[in-house]
Design a protein around this ligand. Structure first.
Ligand code: CDP
Ligand code: CDP
Length: 221
């Protein structure tokens, strides 16, 4: 069974996807972490974010793996644990440029489908329902207002000891939404058969319950 969860930054995708996967005993694949890992590699290897040929050459020799971890699943680039490094602002602010490169997308979509072929899966990202897993049994398109999403990022940052003004976070989120929705290849958009959930005033538990109930309806069909 395949569950696809798409939507803009900080709509709650990964938090909810992890919980749903745990409840069902499915694996969870965070496709954003894969685009972030490629962006981190470009920074580390001093490649231009638009230099598709160089990025593809380095990507050919690079593995991206997910490993169970406590409390979080770990992300490994070759043997380097990049779980924390890929959440740094220099990655976040440049990932949309790297994820717009068509060959990078083709390669990562292939790797994502390989992961999905091995198990029941919950996968989250921007193009899962439209491109990566078009036959997923359940497709969710998760949204929330920009103001609410910025507030969520603000709280996460405070926990990490970073204080970024709310207005700056709102601008960054709106800018990433704009880039992700307007790129030529697989832009962020709702699949025609996806169910839209607005999480602006929903708790995490409420969203998880809603999705589990939708999955239950599909299973009993
Ligand atoms: O967690 P957050 O919402 O900040 O983003 P993410 O899911 O980690 O994704 C980071 C970036 O990767 C997005 O802003 C997109 O540019 C890109 N991405 C994509 O293009 N396609 C996907 N399936 C997943 C992420
Ligand atoms: O993966 P994505 O960027 O869509 O969002 P996330 O990283 O899962 O969620 C961003 C933040 O919003 C996290 O700190 C969640 O705990 C929080 N959240 C929330 O407060 N209420 C929800 N209904 C969903 C997420």
């Amino acid at each position: 069974m395949q569950i696809a969860i798409d939507g803009p930054a900080s709509a709650g995708k990964s938090t909810i996807a992890k919980r749903v996967a745990k409840e069902l005993g499915f694996i969870y694949c965070d496709t954003g972490a894969m685009y972030r890992t490629v962006t981190y590699m470009a920074i580390k290897d001093q490649l231009g974010f638009g230099d598709e040929a160089a990025i593809m050459q380095h990507l050919a020799n690079m593995t991206i793996r997910f490993e169970p971890g406590d409390p979080e699943q770990r992300v490994l680039m070759n043997d380097e644990d990049v779980t924390l490094a890929i959440r740094e602002p220099d990655v976040t602010n440049n990932v949309s440029q790297v994820s717009a490169l068509p060959k990078v997308r083709t390669e990562l979509v292939k790797r994502q489908r390989d992961i999905a072929a091995s198990s029941n899966i919950v996968m989250d990202g921007r193009d899962i329902g439209t491109t990566v897993l078009p036959n997923a049994e359940v497709k969710i398109y998760m949204v929330a207002s920009v103001a609410e999403r910025a507030k969520r990022r603000y709280k996460e940052n405070i926990q990490k000891g970073i204080e970024t003004p709310l207005a700056t976070l709102e601008q960054e989120i709106a800018e990433r939404d704009r880039k992700d929705s307007h790129r030529a290849v697989s832009p962020l958009r709702q699949a025609s058969d996806a169910i839209r959930i607005d999480t602006t005033s929903m708790t995490i538990d409420e969203v998880v319950e809603r999705i589990l109930s939708l999955i239950g309806q599909v299973k009993t069909k």
